[in-house]
Every structure is written in structure tokens, then in C-alpha cells.
Write a protein that binds this ligand. Structure first.
Ligand code: SAH
Ligand code: ZN
Ligand code: ZN
Ligand code: ZN
Ligand code: ZN
Length: 538
């Protein structure tokens, strides 16, 4: 059947822009679910419904919460479908088979052994993305293996790990060092002592580095992430394999308790949650999850602090502001815009056996982008009063006493709107007919009676971008969502399988090893370079 999964994620954006005449898929959260959702390898599935403008709801179905591409998880079941015992058993077996090969405890045991080895015996297999113990060496003989893994490297797994099949649709958007540093300093200035990192492995890493560094900070961190590879580098109390779209702990109750204990320590004092979910994710399931984490924190509160909220930083594109505020009305959007994530240069990395990173700010390709303007759409949404969050003046921020928040220099206070209205770092202009500030590139159109780009098509259906709702480009060229989707171990194992396949194909073709290696590595290199270029210029 033509499953409508590919539509996922576009619906959210439509919601924001209020566009009409399109269809999409929505998540439904039945207030009183008659039956629990069936399970896929990523935990409980979500209930979806395909919606067509002006038509009745169609049949509802369950699908994977984490994977928005059927290639990654093809779970599908009609809501009213009855499965035979045999099919249920087959599904159960499939779910088991898809779980990581090592249990959480095994990973920890391996890690302890690993750090006990002398430097010369500490190896990492790049192909399998695995720390190797001497017993494993033989199996990985033919693989690209890096040796002499230092303790420093072990403390920075996000540099050691390979970016997963780095397609346009899924990339691990790691923070640039400067942004990450800014976040850690901010958390420390605000006096937090514990950080629940949900999908922020690099932030987790930096917090822990600081805690063990010379000028000891006393911040603790717990990482929840679906990228299972991280479990090789952390003990049980600092990493849980977790799906943030359904609040699923892959390692069951023990992991849930780790999270609960972390949130409730010190009666819940001093803790903040920081999250940077994949953009393509639907906002509602995320909001539902975050509310569950908030509830968990609340349970540990004393009665007199029942009014308090769990402090949160939710890092997400600015065009989701409306959606986020629907679920969390107390959240405001900060103007901090220098979030450029680092790009991981695979070719170069191969030479050094680790990841090399390039800061967007300094990257030639990025500067040659279409507009020459830095266009990070990413912002911080938070329930912490914005006047407490000092943005660095040396990076071009000032305090607006009227708005009581820090804004970028270009973001001027509009006396008519009584606020600093720019969302994208450019100066916006006030339109008296629309009674609001609009982007500098827009002019008021008397036919449409609102502001739009000068060359828009009047009166026609709003045929802007399906992803962000903006009218100046189409979905295929949306500069904002080249990201999204999930990064998880399914992909990781798929990548591994693919490589194995390539290798066996090569053997079947009977080419000599040297030749075939050269050929494939050259084309692969070329493809990667193209991809990098595309990515940086979008
Ligand atoms: N900027 C962050 C990384 C954000 S990339 C940093 O530098 O720390 C998004 C992160 O979310 C990745 O680590 C990815 O593995 C994780 N992720 C993606 N889908 C997820 C899911 N369903 N549940 C939990 N984590 C997920
Ligand atoms: Zn799944
Ligand atoms: Zn290997
Ligand atoms: Zn205005
Ligand atoms: Zn106008």
C-alpha cells in the first residue's frame, strides 16, 4: 500500500503557515486509548491519520515514532487490524533481532576493560564504530582500525564516531565548539548543577570534560539519545539509550530509574533539560515526551514548590515558535543565532583517523553560499526569564530594556509592535496595513491584502514551501530543513551491512583487491565531496 509516511514532518510546518488545500499525516493522541500501541524496534509506535483538506479523516494507522522513512523502520499496522498469533510472534522476533548486539551492561563491562588496556592495545574499528578488545581484533582485521585511542579521545566520542550515512535527510548536527562553549558557560552562570541532555551528545561531552578539567565545574550530565554507539563510552548513570518521540528507554526500567533519580536529586533543585531534536520530528510527540519528563521531575518536588517549572532549553528552528508555544505557552524564543554546527569533513578525517571539523564561520564554501548571509534558523526556546540570559556583546548582541531581553544588533525595537520583532537576524520593517513587522524583502500587496515577496502570484493558492511555509522557495530548495530525521542505530547497522555487501560484491566480481579498493574509494570520495558541497551551499 502507498503508505503516506513520506509526508510526515511537513504537516507541522503547514500548521504554522496555516496553508490550505494540502494533505498530510498527523499524529493522534487518543485521550483514552482502548489498546496500547503495538511495538516496533523503537518502542511503542504512534497513531497517525492521513488528512486531506476538506475530506473526512481516513483510516488510522500505527507507524514508527522515530523513523520517518520507511526504509529505516517499515512498521505499519491499521488501527483496527487484527494480527494472527504467528504474525505477532514474528514481529516480536524481528523487534528482538533489531536490538543492539550488546546489552547496556555488556557495553559498560567492555568499557571498563578497555580503559584498563595499555595505550598500544586500545583500538577502534571505524567500520564497525566499535571499541575493540584484544579478543575482537581478528574479526576486524580487514577493517580500518585506528590504534592508540587516548583517554582524551575516549572523552570526546562525538569526534571519534563516524557521521552515520550522511544523507541530506539525516545528519547529526553537532554544535560548533563556540556555541557549545557558550551553552556550557550559560548553564554554569545560571547556577545549574545537573543537565539532562536529550539528543545533545556534544553538550554532554563538554560538560563532562569541564567537570574533570583543571578548573573543575561541578555540573553533572546525563545523556538520553537514540544513537546507541554512545553506550560504549559511558557508564549506566551517564547515558541511556532513549527514544525522545515516545519516551522509550531501550534498557527498560533500570534506565528509567537512572533518569528519575537524576531529575529528582536534591528535590529537583538545580536541574535543567537541554534538547536539540531532529528538526523533521513532529512537535507534538516531542511535547508529550517533555511533559512526561517534567512530570517525573515534579514528583520529586516538595509541596511548596509546586508552582515551579522544570527549566528547559529546547533548541529548534525559529519557524516552529508558534507550535512550541502552543504546547508551552511560557516559553520564549531567544535571539541567539550563532548555532552553526560543525561540518565533518570525511575525506580529511580518513587521513587522521578521527573527525575533523570546520566551523561554518570560517568555511569558504559556506561563505560562498547563495545569499552570503549566515542563515542558521536555530534558536533556543526557554522558560527561563530572558533577561537572565546574557548574550555576548562581542558577538553582536545588546540588551533591549523595553523587551527585557538580549537581541541581535540588527533586531531593532519597533515602537508600533512594542517589541524587537526580527526573527531571522535581519532588520524587519513595520507595515501599517498588516499592523505588524515583516521581512525586509516583502512589500505590501493590495490584491492579497498582506505583505509578500514582490514577485508572488496574487490571489492564487499559497504555493510556498511545504516545509517552512515561506513563499520565496519550494520544498525542494528549502534552506531550512536539509536536516531532520533521525540518526539511529538502524542506520548505523544498515551502513555496516551496506559496506559488507559492497565488499562481497567486490569479491564476486573477482577484481584484485588493490584495483577495486582504489576505484571504490575514489568514487566514494567524490560522492562525499559533492555531498559536502551541496550541504554547505544550501
Ligand atoms: N547539537 C547536538 C546534536 C543534535 S543532533 C550536539 O551537538 O550535542 C540530534 C541528536 O538527536 C543526535 O544525537 C541524534 O542521535 C539524536 N536523536 C535523533 N532522533 C532521536 C530520537 N528519536 N530519540 C532520541 N534521540 C534522537
Ligand atoms: Zn521503528
Ligand atoms: Zn570492524
Ligand atoms: Zn512593527
Ligand atoms: Zn503588509
Amino acid at each position: 500500500m502507498a503508505a503516506p509516511r513520506e509526508w510526515l514532518g511537513t504537516v507541522e510546518a503547514e500548521g504554522i503557515a496555516g496553508r490550505q488545500g494540502s494533505s498530510g499525516v498527523e499524529v493522534v493522541f487518543p485521550s483514552d486509548p482502548a489498546t496500547p500501541a503495538p511495538l516496533c524496534p523503537h518502542g511503542p509506535t504512534l497513531l497517525f491519520v492521513k488528512v486531506n483538506q476538506g475530506k473526512e479523516e481516513t483510516r488510522r494507522f500505527y507507524a514508527c515514532s522515530a523513523c520517518r522513512d520507511r526504509k529505516d523502520c517499515n512498521f505499519f499496522q491499521w488501527e483496527d487490524e487484527k494480527l494472527s498469533g504467528a504474525r505477532l510472534a514474528a514481529r516480536e522476533a524481528h523487534n528482538q533481532k533489531c536490538q543492539p548486539p550488546l546489552s547496556r551492561t555488556q557495553c559498560v563491562e567492555r568499557y571498563v576493560k578497555f580503559i584498563g588496556l595499555p595505550l598500544s592495545q586500545r583500538k577502534f574499528c571505524q567500520r564497525c564504530q566499535q571499541l575493540l578488545l584484544p579478543d575482537d581484533w581478528e574479526k576486524h582485521q580487514e577493517h580500518r582500525v585506528v590504534g592508540d585511542i587516548s583517554i582524551t579521545q575516549l572523552k570526546r566520542p562525538s569526534q571519534l564516531l563516524y557521521p552515520l550515512e550522511n544523507k541530506k535527510t539525516n545528519a547529526q548536527y553537532l554544535f560548533a565548539d563556540r556555541s557549545c562553549q557558550f551553552l556550557v558557560d550559560l548553564l554554569s552562570t545560571l547556577g545549574f548543577t545537573r543537565v539532562l541532555c536529550v539528543g545533545t551528545p556534544r553538550l554532554h561531552e563538554l560538560i563532562r570534560l569541564k567537570a574533570s578539567g583543571e578548573k573543575k565545574s561541578n555540573i553533572k550530565s546525563l545523556l538520553l539519545d537514540i544513537d546507541f554507539r554512545y553506550s560504549q563510552f559511558y557508564m549506566e548513570d551517564s547515558f541511556c539509550h532513549y527514544n525522545m518521540f515516545n519516551h522509550h528507554f531501550f534498557d527498560g526500567k533500570a534506565a528509567l530509574e537512572v533518569c528519575r533519580t537524576f531529575l529528582q536529586e536534591d528535590k529537583g533543585e538545580g536541574v535543567i533539560m537541554v534538547t536539540d531534536p531532529p528538526f523533521g520530528g513532529l512537535v507534538e510527540p516531542l511535547a508529550v515526551t517533555f511533559k512526561k519528563l517534567i512530570a517525573m521531575w515534579k514528583e520529586g518536588q516538595s509541596q511548596d514548590s509546586s508552582q515551579k517549572e522544570l527549566p528547559i532549553f529546547w533548541i529548534f528552528p525559529y519557524f516552529f515558535e508558534f507550535r512550541i508555544r502552543q504546547f508551552f505557552p511560557s516559553f520564549c524564543m531567544l535571539d541567539y543565532q550563532r548555532f552553526h554546527r560543525t561540518f565533518i569533513c570525511v575525506d580529511e578525517a580518513m587521513k587522521y583517523g578521527c573527525m575533523l571539523e570546520v566551523d561554518y564561520d570560517n568555511h569558504a564554501l559556506y561563505k560562498h553560499g547563495k545569499t552570503g548571509r549566515k542563515q542558521s534558523p536555530v534558536r533556543i526556546f526557554t522558560n527561563i526569564p530572558p533577561n537572565k540570559i546574557i548574550l555576548p556583546s562581542e558577538e553582536g548582541y545588546r540588551f533591549c530594556p523595553l523587551c527585557q531581553r538580549y537581541v541581535s544588533l540588527e533586531n531593532q525595537h519597533c515602537e508600533h509592535c512594542n517589541s524587537c520583532t526580527s526573527k531571522d537576524g535581519r532588520k524587519w520593517n513595520h507595515c501599517f496595513l498588516c499592523k505588524k513587522c515583516v521581512k525586509p524583502s516583502w512589500i505590501h500587496c493590495s490584491i492579497c491584502s498582506h505583505c509578500a515577496l514582490p514577485d508572488h502570484s496574487c490571489g492564487g493558492p499559497k504555493d510556498g514551501c511545504f516545509i517552512c511555509g515561506e513563499l520565496d522557495h519550494k520544498r525542494s530548495t528549502c534552506p531550512k530543513i536539509t536536516t531532520s530525521k533521525k540518526v539511529n542505530n538502524t542506520l548505523f547497522f544498515r551502513a555496516v551491512r551496506k559496506q559488507k555487501q559492497r565488499k562481497s560484491n567486490k569479491m564476486k566480481m573477482g577484481t584484485t583487491k588493490g584495483q577495486s579498493m582504489n576505484h571504490t574509494s575514489v568514487t566514494r570520495k567524490k560522492r562525499r565531496r559533492e555531498r559536502a558541497h551541496q550541504y554547505l551551499c544550501s
